[in-house]
Design a protein around this ligand. Structure first.
Ligand code: ADP
Ligand code: MG
Length: 362
């Protein structure tokens, strides 16, 4: 039995269907990442779950109870925001303590004090508790905001792109640290991001949000290796997956690809039929070399550029088809783009999508 069940959730603003028939089952203690492009409805979804925005249709069930009609404060769900949303007139300490003081909970001061210190220690912000938000760095603001969302030990915590506005170093540290901190609270986490690397680093499961619904819900590895569609495949990769229309004929473990005159073979165990389809090959699954090999194709160098600690080459095949290949900086130093260049494809690392629907054919 799942702990949190989302069934056919829908939300429109006038004619704009932002969420439509969205479904998911989330287990207790799971780190569930919602990943989708900007404007796909991630923040709206979290608002619907927290109760600060109302659903048009559908059911949210938590711990075997339908909570649609519950007020936000009755839901045992807390939320931290992308823009921190700290009270500017309150010190970090009081910001963190605020959920415990809300709604006449009558929690004694020494108990509040103990809890604030405990959560501040976990998030390593004990030394800034007496400061006001404007005196804090963005990293400290984000930790304060997280501490506030965790202090009442909610069953479910919603984190809306919490690392978006912190610098790269802090983001990297927090990616390593967050799962550990959140495990201490034994809470179910729904974590929103539009960075596929972050989604893959943090998620037990990733739900891919676009067109108003979750198009894939699976482990990071399964989504990367077996995306449901070209759209999902494109979202998991930077640079994005190469894709081109081709006729594909199968002979045993070999696929004979004809991409408008450009003919080559891919080694691939697959159940797809001979067809015309969209072939997808990730830039990191293409090997670039100055040496020809049995199955390599000669290509022309176009340009190269560094991207996220890797080097990306753009090369052109005889037919005019252009492909991106990505490699480590070290590998790129072995390549002289003024000499002849050849590409070959890694075995088993290609994808096939329907020309019309863009669905994965496997
Ligand atoms: P994301 O967080 O994935 O970037 P949002 O959830 O903020 O996207 O927004 C999804 C869509 O819903 C956007 O097109 C946005 O303009 C629209 N939207 C969000 N909130 C409202 C609102 N209160 N009224 C009207 N449209 C809204
Ligand atoms: Mg948002």
């Amino acid at each position: 039995m799942s702990y949190l069940t989302l069934e056919n959730l829908s939300k429109s603003f006038k004619d704009d269907k932002v969420i439509s028939n969205l479904n998911a089952k989330i287990d207790k203690g799971e780190f569930f990442v919602v990943f989708g492009p900007s404007g796909s409805g991630k923040t709206v979804l979290l608002r619907l779950l927290s109760g600060i925005m109302l659903l048009d249709n559908g059911e949210i069930e938590m711990n075997s109870q339908v909570i649609n009609e519950f007020q936000p404060e009755e839901r045992d769900i807390s939320m931290a925001f992308q823009n921190f949303a700290l009270y500017p007139h309150m010190k970090a300490y009081d910001n963190i303590a605020s959920p415990l003081r809300a709604n006449n909970k009558n929690i004694p001061d020494d108990e509040i004090d103990q809890k604030v210190k405990e959560v501040a220690s976990l998030l390593k912000i004990e030394h800034v508790l007496t400061q006001f938000p404007k005196e804090l760095s963005n990293g400290q603001k984000q930790r304060t905001s997280l501490a506030r969302s965790l202090i009442s030990k909610p069953s479910v915590v919603l984190l809306d792109d919490p690392l978006r506005n912190v610098d790269a170093k802090i983001r990297f540290e927090m990616r390593l640290e967050l799962p550990r901190v959140l495990k201490e609270f034994n809470t179910t986490v729904i974590y929103v991001t539009q960075d596929f690397r972050e989604a893959m680093a943090l998620g037990d499961k990733i739900a891919v949000l676009y067109d108003g619904k979750f198009n894939d819900i699976d482990t990071p590895k399964n989504i990367y290796l077996n995306p449901s569609s070209l759209t999902t495949a494109k979202l998991f990769g930077d640079p994005t997956i190469n894709n081109f229309t081709a006729s594909v004929k199968k002979e045993g473990n070999l696929l004979f690809v004809d991409a408008d005159g450009e003919k080559f073979k891919l080694k691939r165990k697959t159940n797809i039929q001979d067809c015309r389809c969209i072939v997808g090959i990730r830039p990191e699954d293409i090997i670039l070399s100055n040496e020809p090999s049995d199955e390599s194709i000669e290509v022309e160098f176009r340009t190269k550029t560094p991207l996220n600690l890797r080097i990306v080459f753009l090369v052109k095949l005889k037919s005019g088809l252009e492909l991106l290949c990505s490699m480590t900086e070290e590998e790129s130093r072995l390549i002289n783009e003024n000499n002849k260049l050849y590409i070959s494809f890694l075995d088993e690392r290609s994808y096939f999508f329907d020309v019309e629907t863009k669905r994965n054919l496997e």
